[in-house]
Design a protein around this ligand. Structure first.
Ligand SMILES: [Zn+2]
Ligand SMILES: [Zn+2]
Length: 622
């Protein structure tokens, strides 16, 4: 079976059950590894899950392409990829658990042909303190489904993930876990949900590869164990409850299903191979074998990195991103450059790298016909970037040899190579090693790089023309207005709205953000009103330096996919403990919001689409 076949079977299975297929949005950034199949994937659908009518009806199905930049360095093992596809199906107040769980089970066992004895499932154990009952309904449905196949169906209680490592499988088939594992809401566990927030239990399905448990994770194995024996292949979220003012939970008038499953993972289960690459990247690996004369088994790490990174780059370029020094372009650049390095390693002839595009396009053109239309552009973009990288490499290697000529390679030298020539550290270590240098002061290097990143983050944060040098009063005021606007957008359009790009000049500010439809004039009026109120309130604008984790805990907004140093600069509008807005930001800003009024009133001039799912607003102070 191939990826195309699994995807096709999935879409057809649900279309036969009256689901409308919705097209994949442009690449969704997913950086949080804890929300693999829930939450982030459904963001564009949140308004509909909250009761808004979806134009396509109450039963939806899709296959959504996704890119997770946070995993670039992780790629190389048997399951991490930056690009993947998420299978989704939704009931918007239509069917519920009694249909969803049997359907997914039928799809896995009858359509894909997985052995049901290798499937293990989880359900929500309940939260007594917050008055949310145990999801016995889901557990009972699973018991029936396994019994019908003549398979043992013991239900056991695990508790937390940590408990799982102590209590183990206990001969179970269906496992109760706590809210941290089996509950979904935008705010997290029931306790953290504000009044009026919907949420509900979920139920995951795991495939058992039967590999031995690795005790480095804990004494016992269990479905949520990270040792690699179990692979999560899908999760059904049941949006069932709403939190009341008094903290209790009531049933939502219309209950929803939000399902997400991993296409590549379901295929890996079908092939019985915990290595997802032979299935999900088969034709690419075969092509790499013929180009290099080596086999996948000769150097699995290099083959995996080339296959994944090139695939992700192809899709990002098709979505309109070009390799470059900043924003999403920077990810495409990193993906291509890292892939080129590994292509060299397995001996693909220089400048032959763009040939890897063809098998990727062939694999995906049925579902994503734009790839075939754009293949010329994609090949050129990749070949150009390879070319630029090779020129940089050649200069960098000369420089490296000059440093080494002096007898060693200092942290400062390594830092210079990274920042000036764009050398990855792993490449420096490798090249230096080949030239007899075994010791490099990595700690010293990291310190230098951390300081540098903080500075360049501060400088590039607003891709302001001229960076920090442009501190013209009007630009600074618009920058502060930009922060107010982002927060106002979230208040009016929803917390899932985030910045996807920005540009500020002396005349106007511009922000790009994710949102699935046109913002209405009423909403724009509301947004303007909030910004102008905050200007009038004359809130202090405060810069604080803190540990990155602390800033993340405070919910500080940060740029899509950016890597930050361990200590970051954060700007809050209002004092930090009761801030209206908090962002990772290098400034500069006004010291009090009323200064903005000296330029005038905040006005939104234009709202428009820039890409599918991405809107742009231009605004002024006048
Ligand atoms: Zn294990
Ligand atoms: Zn800023």
């Amino acid at each position: 079976m191939t990826l195309q076949e699994v995807r096709k079977k999935y879409l057809e299975f649900f279309k036969a059950r009256e689901h409308a297929e919705i097209p994949s949005a442009s690449l969704v950034p997913m950086n949080d590894p804890t929300t693999l199949f829930t939450g982030s994937g459904m963001q564009p659908l949140v308004p509909y899950l909250l009761g808004k009518d979806h134009p396509a009806g109450t039963r939806l199905v899709d296959s959504q392409k996704a890119f997770r930049s946070g995993d670039i360095e992780e790629v190389g093992d048997n399951r991490h990829t930056t690009f993947f596809e998420m299978l989704g199906n939704w009931s918007l107040g239509d069917y519920f658990k009694q249909e969803q769980l049997p359907w997914f089970f039928e799809f896995l066992t009858s359509e894909v042909g997985l052995d049901p004895a290798k499937l293990y499932v989880t359900a929500f154990m309940g939260d007594e303190k917050n008055n949310v009952p145990r999801d016995t309904e889901a557990a009972e449905i699973w018991q029936r489904l396994f019994a019908e196949k003549g398979i043992d169906n013991k239900v056991v209680e695990i508790g937390s993930e940590e408990d799982g490592y102590q209590v183990g499988m206990q001969g179970g088939r269906i496992f109760y876990y706590d809210a941290k594992k089996n509950w979904w809401s935008r705010a997290g566990v029931p306790e953290k949900m504000p009044a009026g927030e919907p949420g509900g239990p979920d139920s995951e399905v795991f495939y058992d590869f039967g590999t031995p448990h690795d005790t480095k994770w804990g004494p016992e194995c269990h479905p949520n164990c990270d040792c690699g024996r179990f692979l999560e292949i899908g999760n059904s979220v049941f949006m069932q409850y709403i939190k009341n003012e008094d903290g209790s939970f009531a049933l939502l008038p219309k209950q929803n299903v939000d399902f997400g499953g991993g296409l590549e993972r379901i295929l890996a289960a079908k092939l019985g191979n915990p290595d997802i690459f032979p299935g999900a990247h088969g034709p690419i690996l075969a092509h790499l074998e013929s180009l290099s004369g080596k086999t996948y088994a000769d150097d699995v790490k290099s083959f995996r990195i080339i296959a994944d990174h090139t695939k992700a780059a192809v899709f990002l370029i098709a979505d309109g991103v070009r390799p470059g020094p900043a924003d999403q372009g920077y990810f495409v650049r990193r993906l291509i450059r890292r892939a080129v390095r590994y292509a060299d390693k397995i001996g693909i002839a220089q400048s032959g790298f763009a040939q890897v595009v063809r098998p990727i396009v062939d694999m995906y053109k049925d579902q994503y016909p734009e790839l075939e239309e754009k293949i010329g552009e994609i090949e050129v973009a990749i070949a150009d970037e390879e070319d630029r990288f090779r020129k940089t490499l050649a200069r960098g290697i000369k420089e490296l040899e000059r440093y080494i000529g002096a007898g060693n390679l200092t942290a400062q030298d390594a830092f210079q190579l990274v920042t000036t020539y764009g050398f990855p550290l792993e490449l420096i270590l490798e090249e230096a090693g080949e030239r007899g240098i075994k010791q490099i002061d990595i700690e010293g290097f990291k310190e230098l790089l951390g300081k540098h990143q903080e500075l360049s983050r501060a400088g590039s944060e607003q891709k302001f023309k001229g960076g920090l040098a442009d501190t013209a009063e009007q630009t600074v005021r618009l920058h502060t207005a930009h922060h107010l606007l982002l927060k106002a957008l979230q208040l009016v359009l929803g917390p899932e709205v985030h910045q996807r790009g920005s540009n500020i000049t002396q005349e106007r500010l511009r922000i790009d953000f994710n949102y699935p439809q046109k913002v209405t004039r009423e909403q724009l009026d509301e947004i303007e009103k909030i910004v102008n109120e905050k200007i009038k309130e004359d809130l202090p604008v405060v810069r604080t330096e803190m540990a990155k984790e602390e800033a993340e805990k405070l919910g500080a907004e940060h740029e899509f996919g950016a890597k930050y140093p361990d200590r970051v600069s954060v700007y809050s509008v209002g004092p930090l403990d009761k801030a209206f807005s908090i962002e990772f930001c290098g400034g500069p800003h006004v010291s009090h919001t009323a200064e903005l009024a000296q330029s005038g009133v905040f006005k939104i001039q234009k709202e428009e689409a820039v890409a599918q799912g991405i809107r742009r607003i231009k605004a002024i102070l006048q």
